[in-house]
Design a protein around this ligand. Sequence first.
Ligand code: MLC
Length: 513
Amino acid sequence: MNLTQTLLENKAAAGDKIAVRYHLEDLSYFGLLQKTRAAAGVLGSLGISNGDRVALLLPKGLEFIELHLAVLALGAVVLPLNPGYRPEEIAYFLFDSETNLLITDQEKYDELKNALIGFPDVPVLSIDGECPNCLSYRRLLQQTATAADLPYPTREEDLALLCYTSGTTGRSKGAMITHGNLIHNLQALHQAWHWSEKDVLLHALPLFHIHGLVVALHGCLLAGGTLILLDRFDPQEVWKTIERESCTVFMGVPTMYQRLSQAWGGLSRKPELKSLRLFVSGSAPLSEVLFQRFREQTGHTILERYGMTEAGMIASNPFDPERRKAGSVGYPLAGVQIRIVDAAGRDVRSGEVGEVRIRGNTLFKGYWRQAEKTAEAFRDGWFKSGDLGYRDPGDGGRLFLVGRAKELIISGGLNVYPKEVENVLETREEVLEAAVYGRPDEDLGEKVLAAVVLRPGAVLTPEDCLAHCRRHLAPYKCPKKVTLLPALPRNAMGKIQKQHLPDGPSLPAGLNA
Ligand code: MLC
């Protein structure tokens, strides 16, 4: 069982069917298989084989796709990295995973190289440049024979992806996702969303997260459809492209739908959407207001689904638009089982709120070399999602999510764990303590804010705190605002009451800086 084989092999025979359209360049399924073979030839010549970790720190584009598929075809493991991560974040991922090869571009490598000093050497393959410390992908492509046969040396339980997710304790953990996980989940989605080779997916998501990589890219390739790849999300561009390319499917996070809805209002001529059969939203809760407004504006009912890196796609609203419900994530997908449990881990009564626990063939294998964290994440074989929800017994057990058991901010579809940001703020010696928290935001869903208490006599401005965060954290994790406080609000047990921090519903008198 190998993901690349499942995605490509039987389609290449279809010859010139377009797999990917990027910057008006068309790549057929046959062409994509050829490029994947050529990339596998290069990687093979560098000694990459079964079980090796290969980090992809790349901009969106065809090279990302061919190298990703080639790594998987060789039985090696892809470590997708957000190019927005700061060098020290990337250095941590590379050394924690013992990456065997880093594939990046010259600009990123130049940014990163100082952070790699002092660590064991990681070979670097650059897709666009030549430098004394990097291998050149382009030169190697010219010098190396294309892999005649892709080896596909994997079994169902072998790792395909190592996806780093932040943790409640601050340090990121690598979620180990297998070929079996991905293939089973894709087959379930294929059925649930009626994918077919007639589909044309407009792809405006990043490729370094499972939403854009697995659900969108792999989903479309499995169907034998065509991907229209945009470098980045721009609402005007999305509306224009849907019409121009007769797209049938669009996937996005709620922030994208918020911006699409806003842009719609300003369009003097509304785009023709008759080709579009499915708008899917995921990675963060979609508000009921946005669900309704989007339907009134466009006539389309967004299909909301529920997923997470560790468990893949868990639940989806039904395909029938009449049965999609605002505020609900629908029903478990094929191969997934869910339970709702109380704090003691016992099943709650139907309709009651509890933590969502998940089991099934899409569940990851655990956290890379973190047996203890893996054990904590499971109970009796069920994964503790950390999400709170209930199932409506009057509607066939439809799942509603109502909150989170663990501290997590979802900003624009990206997870931010407060602890990680607090740890960074507290590395400043002027800072006595910091509290990082989320507040509702119309555009991002939730925004990250921070309150900081300085040591007696210390001088530091909110701008200094922000600049410090920007040096050490990816931009999306950085607080949108920092407030200096004389003390953090605490309850009688000494626990910080984040609901009382600034921009919350009620701030106790005297706490504002
Ligand atoms: C960008 N910015 C953000 C942000 N994205 N701030 C907070 N949260 C975010 N998510 C900030 C930048 O730091 C910058 O700030 C400014 O916004 C403009 O940057 P940009 O790069 O131009 O941003 P933009 O293109 O507007 O990006 C917004 C976005 C993007 C919504 C398109 O965040 C995005 O693609 N989100 C999707 C993430 C995703 O794929 N999630 C799936 C995870 S998988 P400044 O101050 O520097 O100007 C998962 C599982 C599942 O969750 O079920 O799917």
